[in-house]
Structure formats: C-alpha cells, structure tokens
Design a protein around this ligand. Structure first.
Ligand SMILES: N[C@@H](CCC(=O)N[C@@H](CS)C(=O)NCC(=O)O)C(=O)O
Length: 350
C-alpha cells in the first residue's frame, strides 16, 4: 500500500487518531491531494513567498516537513506557521502567536483555512498543511507528498549546497524502505497506542518490534538508512525515533525496549539529532504536551510526565566510524532562521 493511498474505511473519523473498541487502529489517509507543483498543473504553482507551511512542532508528520524545508534551505521561499502543541476536536490553534493569530494568515484556527478550501470539509484538520496565502485556503495536506515535492517541485528555490534527499539511482530502495518504515514504524507506534483491544495491540506490538529489530541490524553496519548520505528515509524514521522514549514507549505501550537500549538505533538517532536541520527542529516539551494532553482517551487526567532525562541526546554517538557523507556533495544548512528557534528550555541542544 502506498502511504498516500486512498482508503474508504468507514471507521475513519476526523484525522484518524483514536481507537475503536476491539479493533485494530486504521489511519485516515484521505487527503487534499492537490499538489503545489512547478508547472502549476493542479492549480497551485510554486511561487516563492506565496505559500505558508503550517506545521506544529509536536507532530511527527509535520516535523518531517520542517526538517526537509530547513535541509533544502526553503525558508525564504516558503514561510512557516507554528500552531501550539495541543488542539481541540475542532482544530489546531495559533495560541503561541501574539493575539492568538497566525501573523501571515491572520487566522486563529487552522480550521479556517480548511473551510476556505471547502466549507463542508468533513475530515481531520491536520498538520502539515500548505496554505495559499493569496486565497487563505489549504492547497494540500498530503504529508507524504509534501516532502517529496519540496525536494523536486521546489528545486529552483533550494539553497546552494542543498542535499539530494531523493537520489534517483537509489529511488527504488528508498521507496521500499519508506513503505516499510511508514506502515510498521511511523504508523506502527500509533497502531500500538490506539489498538482497541488486547489482540489488536499484541499484533501491532509484534509488527513494530519485528521492523525495529530489522532496522537495528541494518543500521549496525551502515550510518544511514539508504546509501551513505542522508535521504528522505532518514528524515521519516528520525521523527518517530525522537518521540520514542518521551512518548511512544509509555503512552503508546511500545515498551519492549527504550530507544536508548537499542545501540545502533540510539546511535543513529543521536547522530541525526546532532546534525544541523534535525535536532534543532525538535521541541520535546511540545511533543510531550501534545500527546499526553490531547489523547485524553489514553491519558484521562492529562498529566504530562517530567521525564525522561534528555541529556543523552547530545552525547557522543561514534557513528562517524561507519563513514558516510551526511550531505553528499552538498553542505550542512546554516543557523536556524531568526524567529524559528526552538525554546532553549525545551531542548538539550546548546
Ligand atoms: N493526516 C495524516 C498525518 C497528519 C496527522 O495525523 N497529524 C495529526 C497530528 S500528529 C493531526 O493533525 N491531527 C489532528 C486531527 O486528527 O484532527 C494522517 O493522519 O495520516
């Protein structure tokens, strides 16, 4: 199954993050699939300054887009709107912005941009979403396609030295790894967390750990997931790994091991975390606040745990010994753009 496949599963609700008693969790993968493309064939031509990426730091799917935008140096071409970490059943809100409004879109709730696109929009008001600032409407919320298009359709606006996150000669392997990582890991942790019964949970847990063991083995001998440079596959795995011990291990019951007990995966995750463009997008406080406060069906009193200790994220990982060229023929991104820095109290990076 493609990770942007259409599904007509009647159990899908708004956004898809909920459990149904006795049932396996299924993700709603019906999106606004119009794309922002260089030729504008779908009504949304790439134009620097025209679109706003709305991407909560808390959300793993949105975090992908924030990382790719930064690695490719698209900050000036595509602005970034950051809703706060929590949302109610109606929508994500811009509660971190002055007056509770996104300074570019002028809206309080992301829902307003979805309703501009379709006043009857029936599904989840999800991040990431790319909003057309000329109309105020959501152009796309197809998270899997968004990052691929940032690499390909937005190429003319990449920074000098932007890495090739989708190397053509490795494309088949990349797609295969991405497919497995999506179904078994990115979505696999949700399948554990939102399982509606013991059997569904047991099956989800087995599937998750089968693939985490496969990844542990694969990453023991190689620095990155596909080839010897950072690719889209690393971005996709990283956003799940960085949430693993703070959230998925406890809240989603993915608790055979902590990430920190898987030597290759832990080294790999720390290596990426310490690479410009990865850890500097991660806000651990917002991540914890989102999951523990929003999923009241799993955590009725909304208590946000104080742990775990995050200091390990900045310890030496030794992965350089495996070789690899992080940015291939490109270069690391420069400092984080003004106004986009993660609150220093929410990260161990200094
Ligand atoms: N919509 C996509 C990915 C994006 C997504 O789920 N984002 C979550 C936050 S991590 C969201 O916006 N949820 C709001 C909702 O479900 O109403 C999916 O469910 O596969």
């Amino acid at each position: 199954m493609s990770d942007s496949a259409t599904s007509e599963n009647p159990e899908h609700g708004r956004g898809g993050t909920y459990s149904v008693k006795g049932k396996a969790y299924t993700r709603d993968t019906r999106y606004l699939t119009t794309r922002v493309t260089a030729d504008g064939a779908e009504g949304y031509p790439v134009e620097p300054g025209r679109y706003r990426l709305v991407a909560a730091r808390a959300c793993p799917w949105a975090n992908r887009a924030i990382i790719v935008r930064r690695l490719l140096g698209l900050e000036d071409a595509l602005s970034l709107g950051l809703p706060g970490p929590t949302h109610d059943e109606r929508s994500w809100t811009f509660d971190l912005d002055p007056d509770g409004r996104d300074p570019v879109l002028g809206i309080e709730r992301l829902q307003e941009a979805y309703f501009k696109r379709d006043p009857e929009y029936p599904r989840g008001i999800t991040v990431p979403a790319i909003v057309d600032t000329t109309t105020g409407e959501v152009a796309t919320n197809d998270f899997a396609q968004i990052t691929l298009d940032l690499s390909t359709e937005w190429r003319a606006h990449h920074r000098d030295g932007a890495p090739d996150l989708l190397p053509q000669r490795r494309r088949d392997e990349l797609d295969e790894v991405n497919r497995r990582v999506f179904t078994e890991v990115n979505n696999g942790v949700y399948r554990c967390g939102f399982a509606g019964g013991q059997q569904a949970y047991d099956e989800a847990y087995e599937r998750l750990w089968t693939t985490l063991d496969w990844l542990e083995e694969r990453l023991t001998g190689q620095r990155y997931l596909v080839g010897d440079t950072i690719t889209e596959a690393d971005v996709r795995l990283f956003t799940t790994l960085v949430r693993f011990d703070p959230v998925y291990h406890g809240h989603f019951k993915c608790n055979r091991n902590k990430l920190a007990e898987m030597p290759a995966l832990w080294g790999y995750a720390r290596d990426l975390f310490q690479t410009p463009g990865f850890g500097d997008t991660v806000d651990f406080a917002q991540i914890k606040s989102h999951y523990y406060e929003v999923h009241r069906d799993l955590n009725p009193n909304g208590i946000v745990p104080l742990g775990p200790d995050l200091s390990g994220w900045v310890t030496p990982h030794g992965r350089e010994a495996l070789g690899g060229r992080p940015f291939g023929d490109g270069t690391a991104p420069g400092p984080v753009a003004e106004g986009e820095r993660v609150d220093p109290a929410h990260t161990p990076l200094r």
